[in-house]
Design a protein around this ligand. Structure first.
Ligand SMILES: CC(C)(COP(=O)(O)OP(=O)(O)OC[C@H]1O[C@@H](n2cnc3c(N)ncnc32)[C@H](O)[C@@H]1OP(=O)(O)O)[C@@H](O)C(=O)NCCC(=O)NCCS
Length: 165
């Protein structure tokens, strides 16, 4: 799968491709992760996900050794659902439509797996991500209390959202 999007600031359109997350990208993935979250996954979390056979995909532009990492997502196949565990767009590429592109890629894959639902959790305070999901068609279906770590040893609730495939 590949996609071309035009950035908002009159730069030339960027052509990106989707590829499986592999060991040689883990350092770059962890670097983006740290730049995008206050409570990031570690490189080990991504490594474990890849080893567990989760669907871990990256959006990249250009070719090695100059390839850039635009974003990535990690999803886990359940019984009749796919659970989105992580979706991230590198800060420099946010708000250009790439999050939407990755949800399309996830939806396509999940349908191909015979899943009927997508599920995810999002921090109560993560208004941007929640807006993306709502605009995509996800609906709020529950709340998990104290699901995420927060600052100073506190915890934060997660909103559970689902999307009918
Ligand atoms: C959430 C995230 C994946 C969205 O990716 P993105 O590529 O920036 O999103 P898109 O450009 O595809 O945005 C699609 C829609 O989502 C909403 N949205 C996304 N980012 C937004 C922002 N910063 N402010 C307001 N709305 C936003 C908008 O409705 C947007 O459509 P529009 O630009 O036409 O108004 C990205 O901001 C990110 O990686 N954030 C940090 C990590 C994170 O929070 N991940 C989700 C964990 S649950």
């Amino acid at each position: 799968m590949s996609a071309v999007l035009k950035p908002p600031n009159a730069q030339p359109p960027l052509e990106a491709q989707l590829e499986a997350m592999t060991g040689e990208w883990l350092e770059a993935v962890a670097h983006v992760e740290q730049s995008a979250y206050d409570h990031p996954w570690s490189a080990g979390n991504f490594n474990d996900s890849v080893k567990a056979g989760y669907h871990a995909q990256m959006l990249t532009a250009g070719v090695a050794p100059a390839a850039q990492l635009i974003g990535y997502f990690v999803a886990m196949r359940g019984v009749d659902e796919v659970h989105l565990l992580n979706i991230t767009v590198a800060p420099a590429y946010q708000r250009q439509g790439w999050g939407h592109v990755m949800l399309d890629a996830l939806t396509l894959w999940a349908r191909g797996q015979g899943a009927q639902w997508l599920w995810l959790e999002v921090r109560l305070s993560n208004v941007h991500a929640k807006t993306l999901y709502e605009r995509y068609g996800f609906r709020e279906v529950g709340l998990r209390r104290n699901y995420y770590p927060a600052f100073a040893g506190q915890r934060e609730d997660a909103i559970v959202m689902s999307f009918a495939l």
